[in-house]
Design a binder for this molecule. Structure first.
Ligand SMILES: [Zn+2]
Length: 66
């Protein structure tokens, strides 16, 4: 089941949307304020080239023991 990440333009609340069918373009609404002014997050592998400060991703897979 594909999961799309959205973020609300009104309250800046990030949320995920479970898509049952890729052929069914369901309008995502913010679960917090119910606004339809949402934008789909760009996939990590497709975000190459974009330079927008704000979002910061950090992944620690090989953390030292301590
Ligand atoms: Zn919202």
């Amino acid at each position: 089941m594909p999961i799309y990440e959205y973020h609300c333009d009104d309250c800046k609340e990030p949320f995920e949307v479970f898509v049952r069918s890729v052929n069914a373009p369901a309008q995502a609404v913010c679960p917090k304020c119910g606004s339809e002014h949402v934008a789909k997050e760009v996939a990590a592998f497709a975000a190459v080239g974009l330079s927008s400060g704000g979002l910061s991703a950090s992944s620690t897979s090989c953390a030292p023991s301590g």
